[in-house]
Design a protein around this ligand. Structure first.
Ligand code: CIZ
Ligand code: SF4
Length: 347
C-alpha cells in the first residue's frame, strides 16, 4: 500500500542519513516531493548536489538531463541514480549530437566562423560538450539574457539549442527583431528565414517543449474574456506569441517569487507544468490560481518518477545492487563541464 511504501522510504532515508541526498524538481509529483531534501529548478538542484559532498548517493527526482548534469558537477565518489530510466525530456531528445555536428558544418559553410553555440541546460550531456568544445556555454531560463549578451561579445552570431522558444523570447527581449533570427531544421537540414541569411544574428534550433507549447493564444483570450482581472504568467518555453500576450513571463523561480509577492486575493493563470501549478495553488489558498490551459498540461516523463520507483531506487542502495546509475562518459563530461562552468562563473 501507499502507506507501507511511504514508511519504507522514511526508514531508508533515516538509515542512510547523510549518505543520501534526494533532490526533487518543481515539476515532480507530491508523492515524491514530500521526501525531497530540496526542491528547485534543474540547475539549483545540480548545484546543491555538487555542494552536498557528504552524499554518496544522489537519487535525482527529475529527468535524465538533470541527473547527467548532477553527475558532471559532482565528484567521482558520488553516484547519481535516476529512479526511472524512461524519465527523459522530449525537448532534450530533439537535438542529438550527430544532427548537431552535421548542422554545424552546414552553418559554417553558410556563415563562416561567426557562430558561438549556446545550449539550454535542457539538453543531453553530448550537446553541452559540443558547446563547451566550440567556445560556447549552457544557459537556464533565469540567466539566458545575460548569457546571450556574453555570447555576443564572443561572436557575431549565436546558435541556440534545443528550444527555439526560449531562444527567440530571449533574443527578442534583447532587442533583436524576428527577421534577424533563423530556424535550423535538423530534419530537413535547412534554414528557415525571412530575408537575407547574412542579416541573421540568432539561429534557433527547431526544438520545443511539448508541455509548454500547449499554452495558446486561444487560452489567453478565453481567460481575458471570462475574467479580465486575472493576470497571466508564463514560462519562456511558451511560444513568442503567448509570451507577448501574457502579463508576465519568466523562469520557474521568477513565477514562484511573483506569486509569493502578490497580495491576497490576486488572480493568476499560470502557463507551466501541472504539478507546479497545483502545488502553488495549494500553498496560496488566499489567491485564485488556475492553469492557463484548462487541460492542465502534465510533463509525462517527469511523472514517470513515482513513489514505487523512488522506493525501488532506494532499496537498490540498501541491498547494494544499484539500479539506473547515471554516469556520463569522461571525455563528454569534461567538455560539458566547460560549458556549464562558463555559465556558472558568470551568474
Ligand atoms: O521545463 C523544464 O524542464 C524546466 C523549466 C526545467 C528547469 O528547471 O530548468
Ligand atoms: Fe522537458 Fe518540457 Fe518536460 Fe521540461 S517540461 S522536462 S522541457 S518535456
Amino acid at each position: 500500500s501507499t502507506e507501507e511504501m511511504e514508511n519504507k522510504v522514511k526508514q531508508i532515508k533515516l538509515e542512510l542519513g547523510d549518505r543520501l541526498y534526494l533532490p526533487g524538481h518543481h515539476y515532480q509529483k507530491d508523492e515524491v516531493v514530500q521526501f525531497s531534501h530540496d526542491t528547485g529548478d534543474s540547475l539549483q538542484l545540480a548545484q546543491l548536489s555538487a555542494k552536498n559532498n557528504k552524499a554518496e548517493f544522489i537519487v535525482f527526482c527529475g529527468v535524465h538531463f538533470m541527473a547527467e548534469t548532477a553527475d558532471i558537477l559532482t565528484t567521482d565518489e558520488q553516484t547519481v541514480i535516476l529512479p526511472d530510466m524512461r524519465a527523459g525530456c522530449s525537448m532534450a531528445d530533439m537535438a542529438n549530437i550527430d544532427q548537431t555536428e552535421r548542422g554545424w558544418i552546414n552553418m559554417q559553410k553558410a556563415l563562416g566562423d561567426t557562430i558561438i553555440p549556446l545550449t539550454y541546460v535542457n539538453s543531453t550531456a553530448a550537446i553541452k560538450a559540443f558547446c563547451g568544445k566550440h567556445g560556447g556555454a549552457t544557459v537556464t531560463s533565469s540567466n539566458a539574457k545575460k548569457m546571450l549578451e556574453w555570447a555576443f561579445t564572443q561572436k557575431e552570431r549565436i546558435l541556440f539549442l534545443p528550444d527555439q522558444h526560449l531562444g527567440r523570447n530571449t533574443a527578442y527581449d534583447l532587442g533583436i527583431p524576428l527577421d534577424e533570427m533563423a530556424i535550423w531544421d535538423p530534419i530537413t537540414e535547412t534554414f528557415e528565414y525571412e530575408e537575407n541569411i547574412e542579416k541573421v544574428k540568432v539561429i534557433l534550433w527547431k526544438g520545443h517543449c511539448s508541455v509548454h507549447e500547449k499554452f495558446t493564444i486561444e487560452n489567453i483570450n478565453d481567460i481575458r474574456k471570462n475574467d479580465p482581472e486575472m493576470k497571466i504568467i508564463v514560462h519562456p518555453e511558451c511560444s513568442w506569441e503567448v509570451v507577448q500576450q501574457a502579463d508576465e513571463a519568466g523562469s520557474t523561480n521568477m513565477i514562484l517569487t511573483t506569486i509569493n509577492n502578490s497580495p491576497a486575493g490576486s488572480k493568476w493563470a499560470i502557463g507551466t507544468e501541472m504539478n507546479l501549478v497545483n502545488r502553488i495553488k495549494s500553498i496560496h489558498k488566499d489567491k485564485e490560481i488556475i492553469s492557463l490551459n484548462p487541460n492542465m498540461c502534465p510533463c509525462l516523463t517527469m511523472n514517470r518518477i513515482d513513489l514505487p520507483h523512488l522506493l525501488w531506487a532506494l532499496e537498490s542502495i540498501v541491498e547494494g545492487k544499484l539500479i539506473n546509475v547515471i554516469k556520463v562518459e569522461e571525455i563528454v563530461a569534461k567538455d560539458a563541464k566547460l560549458a556549464l562552468n562558463r555559465m556558472l562563473e558568470r551568474v
